[in-house]
Ligand binder design. Structure first.
Ligand code: INI
Length: 163
């Protein structure tokens, strides 16, 4: 995958920053490894995961980005609102993508404990921020490809079988 020509925005929440800073570092270094230059990466910080969808949608609507990466950490031990925050964040991120046609990637950890969140924000091979960055570039390239090719000839669609 070559992310050289991709414009990417990262929305990261500052709640549980000890975890989200690790997701962010892994996402940024993965983008760099995939060739995306620093000046093609726009970083926006929001207070909590609940605030991610609005900003992600606003960035997607600007049409300036090929993909938006959403990073956050919701930890059950710390809130009775866990289920509400997770549900709204995931639904909102999904809607932002479908309503704008821009890939908006779900890189939000939802864990029972801080230890689990630390485990999933560790080295690049076990880091959800790194996964989200790879997915963002893969989806950005896929969307670019689909917009350039005749969709029927691209191999993504199979002709219906005649009965
Ligand atoms: N936000 C998070 O991103 N993670 C959490 O674990 C969390 N907890 O525990 O409450 C959290 N709460 C804040 C929430 O996302 C909003 O910022 C807040 O409710 C204001 O809308």
């Amino acid at each position: 995958m070559d992310g050289t020509d991709c414009q990417v925005a990262i929305v990261v929440s500052t709640f549980n920053e000890v975890v989200t800073s690790r997701l962010l570092a892994a996402a940024e270094s993965t983008l760099t490894q995939l060739g995306t230059p620093q000046n093609h990466i726009q970083l926006v910080r929001v207070p909590g995961a609940f605030e991610i969808p609005l900003i992600a949608k606003t960035l997607a609507q600007s049409r300036r980005f090929d993909a938006i990466i959403c990073l956050g950490a919701v930890i059950r031990g710390e809130t009775p609102h866990f289920d509400y925050i997770c549900a709204e964040t995931s639904r909102g991120i999904g809607r932002a993508s479908l309503e704008t046609g821009i890939p908006v990637i779900f890189g939000v950890l939802t864990t029972d404990t801080v230890d689990q969140a630390m485990e999933r924000s560790g080295p690049p091979e076990r880091n959800k921020g790194a996964d989200a960055a790879r997915t963002a570039i893969e989806m950005a390239l896929l969307m670019k490809h689909l917009s350039k090719t005749n969709i029927r000839q691209s191999g993504f669609l199979r002709e219906p079988t005649k009965s």
